[in-house]
Design a protein around this ligand. Structure first.
Ligand code: ADP
Ligand code: ZN
Ligand code: ZN
Length: 756
């Protein structure tokens, strides 16, 4: 942990006046309560108020917390209260940010202190001041420019420094001067003679800020885009949630850009959430190219100091466009103008551990708070968002045509039953690949499994490479050769012989990206085969390099996971092959088919984006499946309407709401005992208060054993959110106060996206 940085505290004459107040402080702890402290001797410039960071003793530690209230009384006698150790801020943290954290903690039933800690840059969490970093720049004064060299007499180093500065008309920054061996004393000496002067400048200075917002002309919109933009313009001055539902390549991004232009013209800021910046550098470039305003991108490549700079620039209003992934929703904004959530259906917007928030849902809440428009864009909207649009909570704008060239390709189902497969590909797919390559085009092969094969199996006795710690099989990898459990990351060497019967006949079963890559390389030895998955892109810039090769347009085969499905524009790809479409068909998760349909539609959207029409071959062992057929024949919207009806009949989200209580422990009995007891008490409490909440369980998690721990859950379901939240809050309180619950890891997931 880096050293904390304290701002030097100004001496205050008001120090004794505040003795009566008690500070209620949220500290980074899982406990869902605040703690009382006495103020220190120094009063902040703003007076004692909510939103100031303080350093406080907490248990045996010393932590950074945030004041949430000033109280007259504490439940504890005054002499039991400890004083704070230090005051960090002179002014409270940004108000919009504090508001959002309070909302998030309440809605997701999470500790406020831990929510604060999650929602702020690491350096603020460690007590660094919230201010723009500056540096000193030294330059000659008019007197210095006119001074003859002998002015400095025997001060030889000062004369040399003066001569160097004379060569830099914009001056030199402090660090550059010190690096050349000059000292602070020499700088001060020249300054006291009036020969040089010093300016403070922002370290992360805004790159551009022109009178003219646009750096390049906007495209002229087609009719649908124009209609959508006009509709969006109407809502600029109010909370206006809009679903921008446009097929892949319909020009949604162009509509965002032109909407942002209108927002910037009003002097306001735009916040854009995207699933993964690293995967789609082109999108970020489009924003940077279009506008003359400072754009900050919050991505995983930033270091802690840069992250704090970006946060500060957004808060101060210097950053005009802020683009980031999930956690960027917690960026404070000086003058919010619009929030855009691109690919709003993407599951990465939900955090799956710790503070389990959904950035898209918080974005809507935040836009409402600010009274600004919010655009949820997708070709395959989530069912939650579709439902909101259907009942009129959101406006529903559609783009049905591709904007540039090209028409979306139809899905063709390919029956794999009884076919000989090579690397997962049947004869029809292989033929189609050969044909497109022959015509000088590119091909994308989508397979949602990384590694070589999902399992290693013994042909003699049927042994399977199961993980010792999980209810899961270990995946066979070839590069390097080993077995890896994708659930607990356990690695183990490849066995030479079957651990069960000793037979040497061990065979890979099923296909992963590595295996498909291998057989394609064999089948098409003259064509480059490029693999894109988490393993192949681990090296820095590896993905960028691959994307650059694809962009050149020469024939090649891309083999990859869903990393290839997201937002890319591959103009030369004319054929997409989906190796296996059956993953979502028979899953126990009620959202599996929704996610599978989204993925298939997104992958299919990579084909035929330019002059040549595209083909999408979808291999399946269930060619008669009604859902797959509906998707292939009538598309995502028709399937979504059908599945939504099924959800309505089954009383599942988005028609009812869910809260999941998960618990895990090394001892199965402990988890079951705790959850059974909790369920009984909850049902009793619900009856007593006549609250209409269904409580199901305890049930084992779909993957019961993970990392040698047992996972089970209670599922709460209700038609009304308010009662569900009451029940969840009651659960959290009860578990927090239960001594037996301390040995068990438990968590509450509001609006869970997966039931595992
Ligand atoms: P989406 O975000 O819906 O996938 P994009 O905005 O990325 O679509 O647009 C797809 C392609 O069409 C891009 O190459 C883009 O430059 C082009 N495009 C978008 N709008 C227009 C337009 N009005 N005129 C010409 N080309 C356009
Ligand atoms: Zn065996
Ligand atoms: Zn495992």
């Amino acid at each position: 942990m880096p050293e904390p940085h304290f701002k030097s505290l100004p001496q205050s004459s008001r120090a004794t006046v505040v003795q009566s107040g008690i500070l209620s402080v949220a500290v980074p702890s899982p406990l869902r309560r605040c703690f009382d402290y006495l103020p220190g001797p120094l009063t902040p410039a703003s007076g004692w108020c909510a939103g100031l960071r303080v350093r406080v003793p907490f248990g045996r530690r010393n932590v950074v917390g945030i004041i949430v209230a000033i109280k007259a009384e504490s439940d504890l006698p005054r002499d039991k209260l400890k004083p704070i150790e230090a005051l960090i801020d002179q002014a409270p943290l940004p108000e919009d940010w504090l508001w959002l954290c309070h909302f998030t903690a309440r809605y997701y039933q999470h500790s406020l202190g831990d929510t604060f800690a999650n929602a702020m840059p690491v350096l603020l969490r460690h007590g660094r001041p919230l201010e723009a970093r500056t540096r000193e720049r030294w330059a000659l004064t008019a007197k210095g420019r006119a001074a003859p060299p002998e002015t400095l007499g025997r001060a030889r180093r000062q004369a040399e420094l003066l001569a160097i500065l004379a060569q830099h008309s914009h001056g030199l920054v402090n660090s550059a001067i010190l690096a050349q061996g000059f000292s602070r004393a020499q700088l001060d000496g020249l300054r006291s003679k009036g020969l040089i002067e010093c300016h403070e400048e922002l370290l992360a200075a805004p790159l551009r800020d022109h009178a003219e917002v646009l750096a390049e002309p906007a495209l002229s919109l087609n009719r649908e885009q124009g209609d959508a933009l006009a509709a969006l313009h109407e809502g600029l001055e109010r909370f206006d949630p809009v679903l921008l539902h446009g097929v892949t390549g319909s020009g949604k991004t162009e509509v965002y850009l032109q909407l942002i232009e209108a927002v910037l013209d009003k002097g306001r800021q735009a916040l854009i959430l995207v699933p993964e910046i690293g995967l789609t550098p082109q999108t970020l470039e489009r924003f940077k190219h279009r506008f003359n305003v400072p754009v900050v991108a919050l991505h995983s490549g930033l270091n802690d100091a840069e992250r704090l700079d970006a946060w500060e620039a957004a808060r101060a209003g210097r950053a005009r466009i802020i683009i980031g992934t999930r956690s960027a929703i917690f960026t404070p904004l000086a003058k919010p103008g619009v929030i855009i959530v691109d690919e709003e259906h993407d599951t990465s917007f939900k955090q799956h551990e710790g503070l389990r928030y959904h950035a898209r849902d918080l974005a809507v809440v935040r836009a409402n708070h600010h009274g600004i428009p919010i655009v949820l864009g997708s070709a395959t909207p989530s069912f939650e968002t579709l439902r909101h649009a259907e009942v009129g909570h959101y406006r529903h704008l559609r783009l049905t045509q591709r904007a540039g060239h090209g028409t979306p390709a139809r899905l063709e189902l390919v029956d794999l039953r009884g076919r000989r497969l090579h690397g997962g590909l049947g004869p029809q797919a292989q033929e189609a690949i050969a044909q497109q390559l022959g015509a000088g085009r590119q091909v994308l092969v989508f397979i949602n499994r990384r590694g070589f094969a999902p399992t290693l199996t013994c042909h003699a006795c049927g042994w399977l490479s199961e993980c010792r710690n999980c209810d899961a099989r270990m995946t066979l990898h070839r590069q390097p050769p080993e077995l890896i459990c994708h659930h607990c990351e356990r690695h183990s060497p490849l066995p030479d012989a079957c651990p069960n019967c000793g037979s040497g006949d061990l065979r890979p079963q099923g296909n992963g990206t590595e295996r498909t890559e291998e057989s394609l390389t064999e089948a098409f030895p003259k064509t480059p085969v490029l693999r894109v998955d988490r393993d192949s892109t681990r090296r820095k810039h590896a993905l960028e390099q691959t994307l650059a090769i694809i962009k050149r347009g020469e024939p090649c085969i891309l083999v990859g996971t869903q990393m290839l499905a997201k937002g890319h524009h591959f103009p030369h790809v004319t054929l997409v092959v989906v190796v296996n479409a059956d993953g979502g068909l028979y899953s126990s998760d009620f959202r599996a088919m929704e996610h599978s349909a989204q993925l298939l539609t997104q992958v299919a959207g990579r084909a035929g984006r330019e002059a040549y029409p595209g083909r999408v071959l979808v291999q399946t062992l269930h060619p008669d499946d009604p859902h797959l057929n509906l998707l292939a024949e009538q598309g995502y919207d028709a399937l979504a309407a059908h599945l939504l009806e099924e959800r309505r009949i089954a009383s599942l989200p988005p028609f009812r709401h869910l809260v999941l209580l998960r618990a895990e422990s090394a001892q199965m009995e402990e988890v079951n005992a705790l959850l059974s007891d909790t369920a009984t008490a909850l049902r009793h409490w619900l009856r007593e208060h006549t609250l209409e909440v269904d409580c199901m369980g305890p049930v084992p998690a779909p993957m019961e054993r993970r990392q040698n721990r047992y996972h089970a859950q209670l599922i709460l379901c209700a038609a009304k959110r308010s009662v569900l939240h009451e029940a969840a809050a009651w659960l959290a309180q009860r578990l927090e106060n239960m001594p037996q619950a301390r040995r068990i890891r438990w968590s509450i997931d509001v609006d869970p996206q997966e039931l595992n």
